[in-house]
Design a protein around this ligand. Structure first.
Ligand code: FE2
Length: 245
């Protein structure tokens, strides 16, 4: 039974399949070959996929949530920002202990990757990766530099809006969700073929982090807020799967 969870009040929340991006979106050329060509198959989950392996707070280093300094110790070049928010389920309940991993281009729009082909300069003090775990209230925060837009070989002249990639782990490594956050006011968002695969305007808006002056650090860094909302636990599945979810 592939359906939604029971709400805290006993109501029913159906899965909204139109919220997620479509798999086949020809303006995003890679999606043509990557999208399924046949009907999907369903594989039953095993206990090992759900219960482990696990991770703990011990794996987080002191500078993991400071991308400005965590590559060499020296300050990276670019506009300094704080990105923060809350991870919660669809009913607003906090998700504590979720591991967030982030990666991004530097302020010039270049990734530190051996296959990177953009001519923009590497920043010797910027690696572009970080991680943080959510606290008891589901909150997280990291510091970084504003990533630059970059061109990519898709259409004749496509540019990705400034963005940060997010990976969210649940209680096991098999529970992983990946998304990207964008920044308020970027005119490239509406022009991006990858963003265009998301057909619900509210879903697109949910990925755009607004400027958050309340969390700005004076004379230091601007702040942006990005809240991540996960689908709630599929409680109805407990009745049909003894191992639970
Ligand atoms: Fe990217």
């Amino acid at each position: 039974m592939d359906d939604g969870p029971v709400t805290p009040m006993g109501g029913y929340a159906a899965r909204d399949r139109a919220w997620q991006p479509v798999a086949l979106h020809p303006p995003y050329k890679t999606s043509v070959k990557r999208s399924p060509q046949a009907a999907l198959l369903s594989f039953p989950a095993t206990a090992g996929e759900i219960t482990g392996p696990v991770f703990g707070h011990g794996i987080i280093g002191p500078q993991d949530n400071d991308l400005i300094h965590n590559f060499t110790g020296e300050s990276a070049i670019g506009p300094r920002i704080v990105v923060h928010g809350r991870v919660q389920d669809q009913f607003g309940r906090p998700i504590a202990g979720a591991l967030l991993e982030v990666w991004q281009a530097n302020a010039g729009g270049r990734y530190r990757h051996r296959k990177e082909g953009y001519v923009a300069a590497l920043d010797p003090n910027f690696g572009g990766c970080g991680r943080v775990m959510t606290d008891a209230q589901g909150g997280y925060e990291f510091r970084t530099v504003m990533p630059g837009p970059y061109p990519w070989p898709n259409g004749m002249n496509d540019w990705r809006p400034a963005h940060i990639h997010f990976s969210v782990f649940g209680h096991g490594f098999a529970q992983r969700l990946i998304t990207q956050t964008y920044f308020e006011g970027d005119p490239l968002i509406a022009r991006c073929p990858i963003v265009g695969a998301i057909q619900n305007p509210d879903a697109v808006r949910s990925l755009i982090a607004p400027l958050d002056m309340a969390r700005t650090v004076p004379m230091d860094a601007r702040a942006y807020r990005f809240d991540i909302v996960l689908r709630g636990r599929r409680q109805t599945a407990f009745e049909t799967r003894p191992e639970g979810l």
